[in-house]
Unconditional design. Structure first.
Length: 347
């Protein structure tokens, strides 16, 4: 037996040496596989890495058909001084996407974070006109180039009530409807999303979002979708995500997974990496099983560039490729999920 095995091993390695590439057809990329499902597959993009790291750039082009600006479309980046718009980095991303036949998720118009300092010194009476001007100038600038806009981001508390932000305080709860109306006036072709975290499952927070978007729809406010950010930990896979996306779908809204990453307490090990793969897979499947779940976007795709270690102490390794761009179990899990079936048509 041993001799036979040895002979087979030698023959096998000879064959491999003679014809190394013949057997190894390149594996399909996420982008190729997602197309079969009519699903957008996206990543957040770090503009410094895009400028300096060729491998980072190449993998974005080959693996993804959608991109989101990780930071350069936020208010502090676009309008650092009042009226002094800086479009350069965001325009670069849009040009990169165009060159690589990718669509763009616009992120973000109304938020309580990463706003410019000048905003906080304005009297409350000016905030309504300033918000309207920022939304409309920005949406008009990118008109026709943005597939989905995150119009309002993170407006809810965990208990399902509206978060106490500068916008709620100055403008009252109607600011959400107004933001969607203003954005729609500026680009009638863009899909307008409400976006938040911890709303993957059915819970108090997603109940609050559900009640709001249902009311907005009833009032005829131009809202087209709900984005679930999907920042998670490897220890917990959402249990009711399909049901949750399904209830938004039933309102006639699109849905999207907008910022998926799955962090773990460092150091990583094979059990944590497998658990992480399971969380990514659970979330992708929930999207695939929801008819109008348009896209699955990861918040960065390599551990080489990730916001996680800087924000969550002691945690990291949240992405689908490691810091050397090697595939982790999570990457293979997404590829396996996307290899199954594939007849969806997105609305
Ligand atoms: C994060 C970026 O990844 C960081 O680079 C930045 O320092 C802070 O913001 N929810 C969002 C994203 O909607 O915009 C945040 O992005 C992550 C949480």
């Amino acid at each position: 037996m041993r001799t036979v095995a040895l002979v087979l091993a030698v023959v096998g390695s000879l064959a491999a040496a003679v014809a190394p590439a013949a057997a190894a057809a390149p594996e399909p990329t996420l982008r190729q596989l997602a197309a079969r499902h009519d699903l957008g597959i996206g990543t957040a993009v770090d503009m410094a890495a895009l400028a300096n790291d060729q491998v980072y750039r190449e993998r974005i082009a080959s693996e993804f058909d959608s991109v989101t600006a990780e930071n350069v479309m936020k208010w502090e980046a676009l309008e650092p001084t009042r009226g002094g718009y800086q479009w350069g980095p965001a325009d670069e991303l849009v040009a990169f996407a165009r060159a690589n036949r990718q669509s763009v998720r616009g992120h973000v118009l109304v938020w309580h974070n990463q706003n410019p300092a000048w905003l906080s010194s304005l009297p409350a009476t000016e905030l309504r006109s300033v918000l309207k001007a920022h939304i409309q100038t920005t949406v008009r600038h990118f008109k026709g180039k943005i597939w989905q806009w995150d119009v309002v981001n993170e407006a809810f508390n965990e208990d399902g009530t509206l978060r106490d932000t500068v916008w709620l305080r100055a403008l009252g709860p109607g600011y959400v409807a107004d933001a969607f109306r203003w954005a729609h006036e500026a680009d009638r072709g863009a899909l307008l999303f409400y976006n938040d975290y911890n709303i993957e499952d059915v819970n108090a927070k997603s109940d609050g979002v559900y009640a709001l978007v249902r009311d907005l729809k009833r009032q005829g406010v131009p809202i087209h979708g709900v984005g679930v950010q999907a920042h998670h930990t490897a220890g917990y896979a959402p249990q009711t995500m399909r049901e949750n996306l399904g209830r938004f779908d039933a309102l006639g809204l699109r849905t999207a997974v907008t910022e998926a990453d799955v962090r773990m307490v460092m150091p990583s090990d094979s059990v944590k990496l497998q658990a992480q793969a399971n969380v990514y897979s659970t979330m992708l499947k929930a999207c695939l099983l929801t008819p109008r779940c348009l896209s699955f976007t990861v918040w960065g795709y390599t551990d080489k560039y990730s916001w996680v270690p800087g924000v969550f102490e002691g945690e990291g390794a949240a992405n689908i490729l490691d810091e050397n761009f090697a595939a982790k179990p999570a990457y293979r899990a997404l590829r396996d999920d996307l290899s199954l079936g594939g007849t969806r048509r997105r609305g």
